[in-house]
Ligand binder design. Sequence first.
Ligand SMILES: C[S@@+](CC[C@H](N)C(=O)[O-])C[C@H]1O[C@@H](n2cnc3c(N)ncnc32)[C@H](O)[C@@H]1O
Length: 268
Amino acid sequence: MPAPTDLQQNATLAIQDSYAVLSSEQDLSPHNPRITTSLTKLVSTLTQCQCPVMCEYLLTTSLLETERNQLPGLCGEAECEMEKYWARKLIAAHQPDLNDFWYIAEYKALCDAETNMIAGRLFNRISFLGAGALPLTAFFLAQTAPQAKIICVDYDAEACELSAQLTRKIGLSDRIEIQQKDAAVYQPGENELVICASLLQNSQVVYANLEKRNDCDLLIRDAEGSYRFLYRQARLPSTSFRQVCKTAVDSRRINTSRYYQPVARHAA
Ligand SMILES: C[S@@+](CC[C@H](N)C(=O)[O-])C[C@H]1O[C@@H](n2cnc3c(N)ncnc32)[C@H](O)[C@@H]1O
């Protein structure tokens, strides 16, 4: 095996450093500047490591085995805390501006790519499972899918309370309903697009519920390449669903999105 290049060594050190910080701190929220600095550096490092050779190295080197297993969980916790922090900040603002959020450009790019992917489909309802305290996806959908009722689902009571307050504050509570429950027991309606957030737990149960019917489409947020240090690879549905298309890996957005339709609908 060839010796690692400078870029590979630097990226390895940056990922190891982020893991050392995140695994040693109690407070993973933006109130802790060590966390914010470390996550900013990690995201920027991974964004520069998108070429296949770098991804292959980072995803296979034995030097990063612990980080591959542990970092996505810690980053997920930090993301939940960051969303609560920003939801509180925006709720407290006299005139909340979503553009102040650090990762607004990434979310916009992600939602735009998803909107292009489902262009031409008019859904009665769109649900966002694992919506969190700062459901930006739902806020964008309220504009791009004006015909659809939008439902945010999250089992965390505090995340639901904050997202409900923020939704009211920005004047979207007539468009967006917040439901506090496990996505595994969520019942979609007819002609619904179900969006699974990248940190969604119990996604296999969600897919199994949807497989019993053929009137809902599914959009799954995944992570590919070196972004798998931030998010675990998504679980995918069974062959009852067919992947119609997926967004390309792109350094402007962290997640890729996979769009599925029920096979039974095509067969009918
Ligand atoms: C960081 S947050 C929000 C994700 C983010 N807004 C996005 O665009 O992908 C992930 C949320 O998923 C929620 N969650 C994870 N698994 C869930 C499940 N099975 N049912 C409901 N909520 C879930 C967590 O409570 C958390 O608030």
